[in-house]
Write a protein that binds this ligand. Structure first.
Ligand code: SF4
Length: 127
């Protein structure tokens, strides 16, 4: 028996609510509610392999900043977010780090790096 799954498109402020119809074999047989091809593509990807950008902060040492904001350089599988947060919770970063600099390469084998979203200066360099 076919089932339905609701997915909201997050690619623009319209936030189109979409309904996917899925057959017994797990195949998507129809998608309703999208207003453009971006939404249809997003619905298919979100159903098959949902991904998210992971944003967080990591601890620092040797800097007057206690935390450094970081993010994945690209979306990673949603199923890896919690494990990724656990990895980040164990990290301590030392300056200098430039915005965009790699803090962790190839997070959890995803092929995606964790990068800094701001500079991290040492104590004496901080204004
Ligand atoms: S389907 Fe198109 S119009 Fe609707 S939210 Fe997504 S990007 Fe925007």
């Amino acid at each position: 028996m076919a089932r339905e799954e609701k997915i909201t498109c997050i690619n623009c402020p319209l936030g189109c609510p979409m309904i996917l119809t899925i057959d017994d074999g797990g195949e998507v047989t129809s998608i309703d509610g999208y207003k453009c091809k971006v939404g249809k593509k997003y619905a298919m990807e979100e159903y098959a392999n949902p991904t998210r950008v992971l944003t967080a902060t990591v601890l620092t040492q040797g800097s007057s900043q206690d935390l450094l904001p970081v993010r994945t350089a690209a979306p990673i599988p949603k199923a890896k977010l919690v494990e990724g947060m656990r990895v980040l919770a164990k990290v301590k970063v030392s300056p200098p780090v430039a915005m965009g600099g790699v803090v962790i390469s190839n997070l959890l084998g995803t092929g995606v790096d964790i990068v800094a979203t701001s500079d991290l200066d040492s104590r004496s360099e901080r204004r």
